[in-house]
Structures are given as C-alpha cells and as structure tokens.
Design a protein around this ligand. Structure first.
Ligand code: TPP
Ligand code: MG
Length: 562
C-alpha cells in the first residue's frame, strides 16, 4: 500500500524516520495493532528480525543498543506484547542502554474503555522507561521519533516507549522527514580536568574503575593510553570487562561477583578512586560495602554522563558530568607526575589478576567450566563476541575468559536471565562474519530458548554452550547458605538439549568430559548451523571455588546451636 505522491501513512513516515536516524535493524513480534507498520517494513531498507516472544525481541534491541551506542529498535503489540517485552526494557534501564520500543495501541476513539488488550503505557512503564509517550497526531511522528532518539541516547541512556494508536498509523499525511539526529556529547570542563590532574598528582595509591555505557573504540584506546602513561591500575566493573584489555599491564581485574579478594583489598586501600562511566551499583560495590555512603572514606572522582547520577549514592570529591567518550578524549591533555609513586604497585596488581585467572580451579565432575573458558580464551579469534545471561555459570566466564576488546562481551549488568540467546541472535544479525558464542545456564537458556528458532530461521550459526547442572544453581547456592539442606524449588529436570537443537533444525552435541570440548566446538563450527553444546556440569560445582556440600556444611556449622 505505497502512498501516492507525497502522501504517506503515519506508519510509513514512522519507518522512514527510523531510517533517517540511522537505524538498520528492528526486532519484532507482529500484532494486528500495528499492521500498517508491518506493511511499511515491506518495501523499506530496514532489516527486520521476527522473533518468537517479545522478551526476546526487546533483549535483541537492547543488545544492539549496547553494542552500537545507538538506539536498538523493537516493535511489539499492545497488552501482552508490551508486558512480555518488559524484561528487555528493564535491562536497558539498569544497563543505561538506548532502546526505543514501539507498541501498538487501541484506536484513539476506544481509549480508556479497557478495549481489547488496552494498557496505559505511561503508567505501566513509568518507572522503567526514561520517557513514555503516545502519538495522537500523525503530523507529530517526525518530531516525537526524533525526540525519542535524543532522549534514549543523551545523558544517561535508557529505554523510550512510544505507543501507536492503530487508527493513527493508517492516516495519510504530507510532511517532510525530520533531520537526522546527532548524539549529544557531554564534555568535561577544562577546570574539571585540571582538578583531576591535581588529585592524581597528590595521590599515592590511585585506582580507576570503568563501567557504564557511552563508550567507543576510541574511548577504549584513549583510556588504555592514559593508563599506560600514568601507570595507573584499572579495573572493570560487573559485566563491563570489555572496556579494558585484560592483558594490558595496568589491568587490575574484574570488580563483579566473586572478585579477587586482593583486588577488593587494593580498592579499599586506595586513596584516589576514579569511577568512570559507571554507577557503582550493588554488584560492583560489593553490596555497597566498598565505600561509605554518602561520604566515601577515600577521595572519589565520579565521571558520569547523567548529571542526576552524580551524588546520587556517593558524594564525590570531584563530580565530572561527562560521557566516557568525551572524558577519554580529554584525558589526553593530562600530564603524569614526574615521579609515579605507584608504578611498582600497578605491576603487582596486574600480576595478581593474572594469577587469579591463569589456571582453572579444580572442579568436581567430568566437565570443568573453568577449563572450557580457558580453552575458549585461547582459541577464539579476536573478533569473537561472547553473550550470556545470568546464573552461577557466568562466574567462570567473568573469571577465566579475559576480555581483550571493546564490545567483546554483551551481557546484562542487571542480572537478567534469558539474555544470552537473544543477544547472540542480535549480534550475529549485526555481524554475520564474526563468531558469536552464547554461554548459558540450563535455567537461563530456557528463559528465551525459543529464540533459538530465530537463529535457525535466519541461518545464524551462533554457538550456544549450555552449562547444565540440573539446578537454578545461584538460588540453590543462596538457599544452602541460608536454609542448609532444605531444598525447595531449585531443582530442574531438563530436556535433551541435543534433541532440542536437532528438532529446531540446528546442530547439537553433548560433552561429558572437559577433554572432549575442543572436538565438540569444532564439530559445532563445521556444522555451520546454530549449534548447542550441552555440557553436563556436576551440581556440586557451585562456583569456581565452592562446592554445594561445602556451602551446606559451612552453613550447618554456623547454624548449629552452642
Ligand atoms: C529473569 C530472572 N528470573 C530470576 C532470576 C533469579 N535467578 C538468578 S540466577 C538464577 C538461576 C540460574 O540458573 P541457571 O541458568 O541454570 O544457572 P546456574 O546458576 O545453575 O549456573 C535465578 C533463578 C533472575 N536473575 N532473572
Ligand atoms: Mg543451572
């Protein structure tokens, strides 16, 4: 239904705006509420990925937002479509990722009657989205979509939700496209940088913590140069390991779940902490135990693109309202002190990191997940992308993989299960030539395992490694700690994952011994199909350093009276 002359449907105008603003991909589950948009997709140059559940579609959009820094786009239907998508929006919020979600809405004249699947999106997404709106007038589509691109990307990025009344989408209008959006840079002031230089010159034991969004290849490289010039120890915060090369001589380690105790001690002993880009949320702050709140016991410099995040939890000695991109560029202008007092300590910090991650810890059972990660780190090419969701299985990824390149790791800092498969599908859609590996738990995989069908549908040979311990292991770990021996709702009876892969039209292989992993991986690659490698993990292997019975025994001993 192409428009005649200059007249376009509002839906056509909408899709044209996405293209004007540089979107190349959109993820969706169709709905009768936005048929006019589906029709507009038909002859426009936007790669559409049709998904099996809106949670998957929204996570794919979030993964695109994370990897590109530009809004990931998804379309979902009203009511159940929108609520299904909410986990993806929540990740975008917590991870500061630009996402724009379009939702079909009931016709304008039916609103407020609780018409079929009607929801008030402003109310529903009020505390998740950065901005939620509804377009009533087709003439305002260019304005509102343009604002959505600015809102999603500026300051602290996040999700935007736009509801589209069905009858509005089919109205025809004659209006020009908006000019293409340009992301708004947030630069530090010269005086901020001078103050920072003074603080560094006065410090004896400084350390830098990296996190957040609004990074780039250039920022990654500039921070690496800065660290080298200043011999400054640098650590990455939870699930942002890809912001610094793990083999850079200044890398001090990963500040996430189960960090190296030596790193924690180092941060606690530091007299200057430069927190760049991140918020130091519950996970990296070790449940808010690292620094006193609101006044940290160390000198804190907080660099963040969202003004509202500065002083939100920690009162910084120096607050710099800047995006990592601009701040990293400004670091080039700073001069190191004549004598760098901490140089030897930085060497030790990096050695501590290497020692912590070099060798897989011993594990009960036939497959050692640590050894699998070490094999992957030694054998995957530099352009491989690792995606994962949440569960204890991820602790081996964080500890042993050693991320070396920007955007090599796409994973939710929000700890949302079910992220790995949709993120891997999205990354393979964006980068068909790059190897994309999803590391999943058995529980984690089946939260969005239906998107494996999407991988098959689009011929995306991602490799999914499922660490199957027959448990919601993380919760079982907490359960054994708090209620030792009282197992409740944490055991899983799993499907045959190899059969699952085959039934969907992919390749599946089971691995019961560590030594068989390399051949299985090669077979998965050679199949050129979306592949599942099913690892049988001993349920005793709870974390890289603790067994299930060890945790239980310790808890029982602590709970014993007397
Ligand atoms: C969407 C969602 N639901 C529930 C949780 C709580 N949760 C965190 S980890 C976990 C278990 C993960 O199980 P699995 O993927 O099998 O990994 P394992 O811990 O066994 O290695 C659960 C239920 C969560 N983080 N996200
Ligand atoms: Mg499990």
């Amino acid at each position: 239904m192409r428009a005649k002359g200059n007249m376009r449907t509002a839906a056509e105008v909408l899709v044209d705006q996405l293209i004007v603003h540089g979107a190349t991909h959109a993820f969706c589950v169709p709905g009768e509420s936005y048929l006019a948009v589906l029709d507009a997709f038909h002859d426009r140059n936007l790669a559409i990925t049709v998904c099996r559940q809106e949670g998957g579609a929204a996570m794919m959009a979030e993964a695109v937002g994370k990897a590109t820094g530009r809004p990931g786009i998804c379309f979902v239907t009203r009511g159940p479509g929108a609520t299904n998508a909410s986990p993806g929006l929540h990740i975008a919020r917590q991870d500061s990722t630009p996402v724009i979600m379009f939702v079909g809405q009931v016709a304008r004249e039916m609103r407020e009657r609780e018409a079929f699947q009607e929801l008030d999106y402003r109310a529903v997404f009020g505390s998740i989205a950065k901005w939620t709106t509804e377009i009533d007038d087709p003439a305002r589509v260019p304005e509102i979509v343009s604002r959505a691109f600015y809102a999603a990307t500026s300051g602290r990025p996040g999700p935007v939700v736009i509801a589209l009344p069905e009858d509005m989408l089919t109205e025809r209008v004659d209006l020009p496209d908006a000019p293409a959006f340009e992301s708004v840079e947030t630069w530090p002031g010269l005086s901020d940088m001078m103050k920072l230089q003074k603080l560094i010159w006065a410090a004896e034991r400084p350390i830098m913590l990296l996190g957040g969004s609004r990074w780039s290849d250039n920022a990654f490289a500039a921070v690496a140069r800065f660290a080298e010039r200043f011999a400054l120890p640098v650590c990455t915060t939870f699930r942002r390991g890809h912001l610094f090369d793990a083999l850079h001589p200044c890398y001090a380690g990963d500040l996430g779940i189960g960090p190296n105790p030596k790193l924690i001690a180092r941060i606690k002993a530091s007299d200057l902490v430069i927190l760049m880009g991140g918020r130091l949320g519950e996970m990296p702050s070790q449940s808010y135990s690292l620094f006193d709140i609101p006044g940290p016991q160390t000198t804190l410099v907080h660099v963040h693109p969202g003004a509202e995040e500065l002083g939100r939890v920690y009162r910084p000695h120096l607050a710099i309202n800047a995006a990592p991109t601009a701040f990293a560029a400004s670091l080039e202008g700073l001069q190191p002190p004549n004598e760098i007092k901490w140089r030897a300590e930085t060497k030790i910090a990096h050695q501590d990191y290497l020692d912590w991650t070099e060798t897989p810890t011993d594990q009960p059972g036939g497959v050692n997940l640590g050894a699998v990660m070490v094999w992957l780190r030694n054998n995957l090419p530099a352009d491989a992308i690792i995606c994962n969701g949440a569960g204890n299985f991820a602790s081996w990824v964080h500890r042993f993989f050693r991320f070396r390149y920007f955007n090599q790791h796409i994973a939710p800092t929000s700890g949302s299960m079910g992220y790995g498969v949709p993120a891997a599908v999205a990354m393979k859609r964006l980068h068909p030539q790059r190897p994309v590996i999803c590391i999943a738990g058995d529980g984690d995989f089946l939260m969005n395992g239906q998107e494996y069908a999407t991988a098959v549908q689009y011929d995306l040979p991602i490799i999914t490694v499922i660490a199957d311990n027959g448990l919601y292991g993380t919760i079982r770990m907490h359960q054994e700690r708090e209620y030792p021996g009282r197992v409740s709702a944490t055991v899983l009876r799993n499907p045959d994952f190899v059969g699952y892969a085959k039934a969907f039209g992919g390749f599946g292989i089971k691995v019961e011994k560590t030594a068989d992993f390399a051949a299985a991986f090669k077979a998965a690659q050679d199949s050129k199909l979306p592949a599942i490698i099913h690892l049988k993990i001993d349920p005793e292997a709870m974390t890289p350093t603790m067994t299930m019975s060890g945790i239980r025994e310790k808890a029982l001993a602590a709970h014993r009276p007397g």
